[in-house]
Structure formats: structure tokens, C-alpha cells
Write a protein that binds this ligand. Structure first.
Ligand SMILES: *Cc1c(COP(=O)(O)O)cnc(C)c1O
Length: 375
């Protein structure tokens, strides 16, 4: 970012960066530019290479993460571009509880010998460091989705640098408001901008951010050639959402912390997973049927996948076949929104009470799943 934004707080950067020039008759926001091609001779040339709405979004997210940003058509497209940097036959170290789409891409690539994969407990720093020898890429996701394990990014990045291993950090859950992986030593930050960055459950988009010019060039080449580009409208909406990320995150995080406090010791729960920060928590019910009864009994909180919107959503993660088998079958991930916490507590608490009654009445006659997230 250029000098005028250097000493600003993140709350201000989110609002101030990515605007047209401060001159008479310039619009405050970069207008939606629907263009597949541009008059030749400039920087843009063609809509697969550039767009003013991407640029406005990228400048803003780049300023927040402290690097240069590239927008992609989805978090998964950004992931594919990063994985494509791994040399043929290279080894990737990855959290065993990564986002299931990340694990899915790794399984696909591993299956055809494109690369090798070593799964680790990303919270076990010693074990991750031990796995780095000879690896090409360390994939960090922290907190993990949906187990909510936290990685020591600074120590892992340090060890990876000594071992000559490239480090990418999926920062979707923490956002740059809570964690800045580039400052902690990561080479690339990756986002599903679909989630907290855009924040209103109406956009699918992804992004990478890096300080390394060579990596930026490699990733730009992949975006241009593979064509995994967002539409201008998505970039516009994502930037509109990003403007209020600091406010939304602050409120949703307070709500999440308060709900965790109020649900501690609830009879329907065998575990609550919450790293102490962020807007996502996972509650563990004894079995799938009780967890499904809980999800079905909420009304304000909607049963839907994805996360990070202003509205509270929840889902039992093992309903997806691609979810790691070490995630308990009764784990329900809750994406806490910005509603009033008392209303959320009444809705979710009432649904937990209903699930408890269903469980006590023997509605669930499957054996209880005691597997906590290990092994
Ligand atoms: C959703 C998600 C992704 C994938 O992003 P899409 O925008 O859905 O393609 C990657 N990582 C994490 C942590 C996610 O939650």
C-alpha cells in the first residue's frame, strides 16, 4: 500500500482503502465495471487479467493482511492455485482436520501421484516440525474447520523457513482482524472470502495475499491461465462486506464468547470447542440423532452450511461424507452472527433443552459416540 495508509488502524483501513481518487466528481466507491475487454495500451486489457472491482477489493484486503492480494473465484480456486505451486511429486504437510474441500483436493492429487500428503495435528507443534523434513509445502489452517484447533503459526513458519518449506496459512476463521499470518512468517495467506470477509452469505469468492513478488507472479499467472476469476459483482459485494468486517467481527465474537460461557456444563453437551477468539464454535452432542434434533429445533439460527455471515447458522458437520472421520458424529458447528445475544441464547438454549429431552426419552437409540477429536 502506498504511504497515505501506512499508520492507519485496521478498522480505518477496512473503510479507507480501495477508493477512487479524492477529487471532485469522483464517486466514493469504485462503480461496478462490467467489461470483458478494455481499450488497448493500459494495464487491464482483458477481463480475465484485471478488473477495477477486483483491484479495489485486493487493495483493501492486502492492506489488512500486510501484503499484495489476488482475488479468486472461490476459496477452493485459490487453494487449487496454491497447490499448483508444489513441484510434481512434492510432499505437503496438512492439518488432518482441514476444511473438507482442502482435504478433498489433496486426496484427488495424491490419488494420481501429483503430490504426497502427510496429515498432522496442527496444534502439536513438535509433530508438525518433525514432518517438515523434505516437504515442499506446509499448509496451515488455524483455527481449523470445524475442530477449532489452533496452530502456533510463528514457530511453525520459523521451522518451515529453516527447512526450506513454503508456508500457506488459511486465515478464513480468524481474519486479519485477529491474526496476520504474513507478520508471523507465512509466505501466503489464503481466504475463503465467501465467509467473514464478505459476511452476508451472498458471495462465493477467494483470495491469496503474499509479500513475495515471485510468488505473486506465479499465482497471477495461474489465475490468468486457469481463469478461476471472480465476477466484478462478487468483488464489489465482497468489498462492501469487508468495509464492516471489524464491526461485525467484534459483535459476533462477543456473542460467541458469551454463548460459550452460558452453555458451559449444559447437560446436552459432551464438549464445547472454542479457541477463545473468533465467531465460530463447535458443540458436541452425544450422537448424530441428538445433534440432528438440536439443529432441527432452532428457528432464529438457520440450518445451513457455510459460515461467517451476519446471521447465525449451524450444521452437523459429519452429515458431509467428505468430513474427517475423526470429527465426532454429534459435532455441530455454529457460526455466530451479530444478532442480540439474548435472542440467540433463547433460540439455541431452547433447542439444546429439546435435544436433551429427546435424548433422555430414548429417541436416539444409536450407541453414544465418545470419540473426541483424537487418533
Ligand atoms: C469455506 C472454506 C474454504 C473454501 O472456500 P469456498 O469459498 O467455499 O471455495 C476454505 N477454507 C476454509 C477454512 C473454509 O471455511
Amino acid at each position: 500500500m502506498s504511504a497515505p495508509h501506512e499508520n492507519l488502524h485496521p478498522e480505518t483501513l477496512a473503510v479507507a482503502v480501495g477508493r477512487p481518487a479524492n477529487e471532485p466528481d469522483q464517486p466514493l466507491n469504485v462503480p461496478l465495471v462490467l467489461a470483458s475487454t478494455y481499450i488497448a495500451g493500459g494495464d487491464l486489457e482483458y477481463g480475465r487479467y484485471g478488473n477495477p472491482n477486483w483491484t479495489a477489493f485486493e487493495e483493501t484486503l492486502g492492506a489488512l493482511e500486510g501484503g499484495r492480494c489476488l482475488a479468486f473465484s472461490s476459496g477452493q480456486a485459490a487453494t487449487a492455485a496454491v497447490l499448483d505451486l508444489v513441484p510434481i511429486g512434492g510432499r505437503i504437510v496438512v492439518p488432518r482436520h482441514s476444511y473438507q474441500g482442502t482435504l478433498g483436493q489433496l486426496t484427488l492429487g495424491e490419488g494420481r501421484g501429483r503430490f504426497a500428503v502427510t496429515k498432522v495435528d496442527i496444534a502439536d507443534t513438535g509433530a508438525v516440525v518433525a514432518a517438515l523434513d523434505g516437504a515442499a509445502l506446509l499448509w496451515i489452517e488455524s483455527p481449523t474447520n470445524p475442530a477449532l484447533e489452533v496452530a502456533d503459526i510463528a514457530r511453525l513458519a520459523d521451522a518451515a523457513r529453516s527447512a526450506g518449506v513454503l508456508v500457506v496459512a488459511d486465515n478464513t476463521f480468524a481474519t486479519p482482524m485477529l491474526q496476520k499470518p504474513l507478520e508471523l512468517g507465512a509466505d501466503i495467506v489464503l481466504h475463503s472470502a465467501t465467509k467473514l470477509i464478505s459476511g452476508h452469505s451472498d458471495v462465493i469468492m477467494g483470495a491469496v495475499v503474499t509479500r513475495d513478488d515471485a510468488l505473486l507472479a506465479e499465482l497471477t499467472t495461474r489465475r490468468s491461465l486457469h481463469g478461476a476469476i471472480p465476477s466484478p459483482l462478487e468483488a464489489y459485494l465482497a468489498l462492501r462486506g469487508l468495509r464492516t468486517l471489524p464491526l461485525r467481527l467484534e459483535r459476533a465474537q462477543q456473542n460467541a464468547q458469551e454463548l460459550v460461557r452460558r452453555f458451559e456444563g449444559h447437560g446436552a453437551l459432551t464438549d464445547i470447542r472454542y479457541p477463545g477468539f473468533g465467531t465460530i464454535l463447535s458443540v458436541v452432542l452425544p450422537d448424530a440423532a441428538t445433534a440432528d434434533a438440536f439443529v432441527a429445533a432452532t428457528s432464529l439460527a438457520r440450518h445451513a452450511t457455510s459460515l461467517g455471515g451476519v446471521e447465525t447458522t449451524l450444521e452437523r458437520r459429519r452429515r458431509w461424507a467428505g468430513e474427517a472421520q475423526t470429527i465426532p458424529v454429534g459435532l455441530v458447528r455454529i457460526s455466530v452472527g451479530v444478532e442480540h445475544v439474548d435472542d440467540l441464547h433463547r433460540d439455541l438454549g431452547g433447542a439444546l433443552d429439546a435435544a436433551l429431552r429427546a435424548d433422555v426419552n430414548g429417541a436416539a437409540d444409536e450407541p453414544a459416540d465418545q470419540s473426541i477429536m483424537k487418533g
